[in-house]
Design a protein around this ligand. Structure first.
Ligand SMILES: [Mg+2]
Length: 228
């Protein structure tokens, strides 16, 4: 099986370090404009879409060249933030779950996330995960929307293992309705956790295959996966 983990609100939380670094990057690049996340949807969306809204709301035309400059500046601000006062904290059970799955040859693990690759790796490493565990990843730059990402991770799994994997053998683990949606859209299994900004009741309405308060009971999650 291929297990694909969302980052923010699922594996870890950063107390807004990402958004702070995004704003700092935007203000550095375009000091004559004023930026804010007011009215911008963040939860479960790809970084590039958030960037586009951030620029448009501030009257900066979102061009490809500007996107490249922003992505680089954002990564640098986040890196400096983590070197300074920002924190990335693993959520309960997450490190144990990833370790248990990576110790078992039946499972491959990856990240499926709205983060750009560099900031995503920074967050995961600073929370104490071993990045070497995550081999089949899909990042914000791998598609237009989250629905595009599962196929990218599955293709990377195929290239690594020399045979394709059926979507029924893929489990997506996430904390937002968009995580659940991208799993359903691609025919994958989905575990939803309420450790992000969406409570259990809201997530239940999107009908994940397994709904949990968090990853704390990781042994039960491994046993659920082994029964699929
Ligand atoms: Mg998330």
């Amino acid at each position: 099986m291929l297990i694909l983990f969302d980052i923010d609100g699922t594996l870890l939380r950063t107390e807004g370090a990402g958004m702070t670094a995004m704003l700092s990057a935007a203000r550095d690049l375009y000091p004559e404009h004023s930026f804010s996340f007011d009215g911008i949807s963040i939860s479960g969306r790809l970084d590039r879409l958030i960037w586009r809204d951030l620029m448009s709301n501030a009257g900066v035309e979102p061009t490809t060249h500007r996107h490249d400059a922003f992505r680089h500046a954002y990564g640098e601000h986040l890196r400096r933030g983590f070197d300074d006062t920002s924190r990335s904290m693993a959520l309960g059970g997450a490190i144990d779950l990833v370790q248990a799955l990576s110790d078992n040859d039946d499972y491959s693990i990856g990240l499926l996330t709205g983060n750009y690759e560099h900031p995503g790796r920074l967050k995961v490493a600073h929370a104490g995960f071993d990045l070497a565990h995550f081999k089949c990843n899909a990042w914000a730059d791998d598609g237009e929307h989250r629905r595009d990402l599962p196929m990218v991770a599955m293709e990377r799994h195929r290239l690594a293992h020399g045979k394709s994997i059926d979507p029924s053998q893929v489990v997506i683990v996430g904390d937002t309705p968009l995580d659940i949606d991208c799993a359903h859209f691609n025919g994958c299994n989905v575990i939803a956790v309420a450790t992000g900004h969406h409570p259990l009741g809201e997530l239940a309405g999107h009908e994940p295959d397994l709904l949990l308060p968090g990853l704390e009971d990781w042994k039960a999650i491994v046993s659920w996966m082994s029964g699929r």
